[in-house]
Design a protein around this ligand. Structure first.
Ligand code: SAM
Length: 254
């Protein structure tokens, strides 16, 4: 009998189905406190990274009189989609897709507060099998989502499929810190402060331990770049934020 495929969930090996279920559980657990925890864990720096990420996209609502379609995958509570909406103003088509209903529900409440609920398509879906037609998207974004996806390469091929020729791919994700001295400090912080914050603020140390472990398991900047190229993206390149704590990978569908 063939061995079933096994996948890392943090530091534990599980089946692909178990990984997807466990990722849904993690974000079910953290959804309510997700935005607050991001601010506390990063000292607000995630906002600067996300602002910079969206500025790199240079969003606008129309090209040649046609509304542009932005797809934010693993969009969670809306941080990236809302920033895109702020830049484009009304008129662009913005789809926010996430595996987790609770994260989307927090996002919908936030959009309602902005008076923007109707400005987004809210889609429950998996990055590995997007419920969207081929060549229907102008800009694909995924922020702090790809490391949670069970099969990264499948998600990259799926991103390529839904993008139109000339469409652009942008990924913001935790990455590898350089130099080594700084990396040691970062590891110390991640191993001690983040799980404790998770326990104290969200009463959930385990989910935040998964966060730290999933960052370590995620491919380095250069490995992810090769995987983007293998999926067919051209002009693929990356840019480090904060010494590589996070990195943006981008590419174009030819
Ligand atoms: N992009 C948001 C941000 O930057 O704040 C949310 C990031 S949050 C760390 C990761 C999100 O990825 C969660 O909302 C989770 O439900 C979603 N996710 C995990 N695996 C996914 C998958 N296979 N397909 C779609 N979304 C997924």
């Amino acid at each position: 009998m063939q061995n079933p495929e096994s996948i890392w969930f943090g530091e534990t090996k599980v089946t692909p189905e178990e990984k997807t279920e466990k990722v849904i559980d993690v974000f079910d657990n953290v959804a309510r406190r997700y935005d607050l925890m991001n601010d506390l864990m990063s000292g607000g720096i995630h906002r600067i990274w996300k602002d910079r990420f969206v500025r790199m996209i240079r969003p606008h609502a129309f090209r040649a009189g046609r509304p542009l379609h932005y797809l934010d995958v693993a969009g969670g509570t809306g941080d990236i989609a809302f920033r895109i909406r702020r830049k484009t103003g009304p008129g662009a088509v913005i789809t926010l897709c996430d595996l987790n209903e609770n994260m989307l529900s927090v996002g919908r409440n936030r959009a309602t507060d902005h008076g923007w609920l109707q400005d987004f398509n809210w889609v429950t879906g998996n990055a590995e099998s997007l419920p969207l037609p081929d060549s229907s998207v102008d800009v694909y974004t995924i922020a702090f989502g790809l490391r949670n996806v069970t099969h990264i390469d499948t998600a990259l091929v799926e991103a390529f499929r839904v993008l139109r020729p000339g469409g652009r791919f942008f990924c913001l994700e935790f990455s590898r810190v350089q130099p080594e001295g700084l990396n040691r400090l970062y590891r110390l912080y991640s191993d001690t402060v983040i799980p404790r914050l998770g326990q104290q603020v969200a009463n959930d140390e385990e989910s935040y331990r998964y966060l730290v472990e999933s960052i370590r398991r995620f491919p380095s900047q250069t490995k992810l770049l090769s995987r983007l190229q293998n999926a067919g993206f051209k002009m693929a390149e990356y840019l480090n934020f904060s010494a590589g704590i996070a990195a943006v990978h981008k590419g174009v569908r030819p």
